[in-house]
Ligand binder design. Sequence first.
Ligand code: DP6
Length: 340
Amino acid sequence: MKETNTTASATAPSNIAIVKYWGKKDEQLPVNPSISFTLSKSVTQTDISYQTTNTALEILFLLDGNEKPEFIPKIRAYIQRIKHLLPALETGILTINSSNTFPHSSGIASSASSMAALSMALFDALATSDVNKEPTLSEMARLGSGSACRSTSLGWNLWGRTEQMPLSTDQYAISLNERISPVFQTLQDTILILNSSKKTVSSTVGHQLMENHPYREGRIQQANANTEKLLNILKTDDFNAFAEICEEEALSLHALMMSSKPGYTLLEPVTLQAIERLKAFRAENKLPLTFTLDAGPNLHIIYPQAHSKAIMTFIMIYLRPFCEDNQLIKDEISFNTINK
Ligand code: DP6
């Protein structure tokens, strides 16, 4: 057999969910639909090289140029799941070199951007030309990490079946960009790094705890209703209605963690203090800002670009002091392009 070497590179953004994916069924399928937008500066760049051999697949993984063998089992499990899409990966030597533009444990999901970037690079290097690119990429990413399927295409994405959108499916995400009103095309996401310690319970374990959760059915109903409502709100300029869903979803996510068996908390006292400060400022100034949370204590402050000046001044004076070492990340939606 003649050995060949193929290389490919890809960059993918992280995303922040407004309606949250929380709970899985079967092979990495969601129990409810979710809606998110991709970020602009928080991205993963991945370079791969694939050498053909006739021996079982060998994997080398580097993060910022340093070998990290501890990530290999997760990548191997992912490759096992996508082998029906990329059968070539049974054999060969695959070298993956990945780097993130954002710090680890910063409240930004690195699994979303890294699994999306890896899927895109593998697809470019190894996919046959007869597959439909967009859905296949999203499906591959989903098999790496659920939320990653909302990171293979820029802007607003819906993952999971919902009545209102006939093309929606649990298998991959679909773009919502064609139905998004201007105000929601310019959203800013300023991420307050309130605590950067490693999470005590991973999202993967959190999803499992939804299996026998006492509020499981109620949560599925809530997420479906919020998906339907948000799909309509995104067509309008109704920021207040958006904020209501955004906060309900963020707080419900953490309430589900607290009411799991065993229950756990990822919020920190400082998260609640920052939320209260934000609400007081909003009540006084009637400005359009809201917040969401990922599976961690760091607060994402969401607002339209048109109000950036006043809201950033508030954040810098009143919220930044809550941050660990004054750290915050000024990110925004990536609607058409990534601005690293
Ligand atoms: C709270 O996609 O990280 O961020 O599928 O096990 O990799 P796995 O989980 P992951 O879960 C993300 C959960 C969330 C909400 C969301 O992004 O929708």
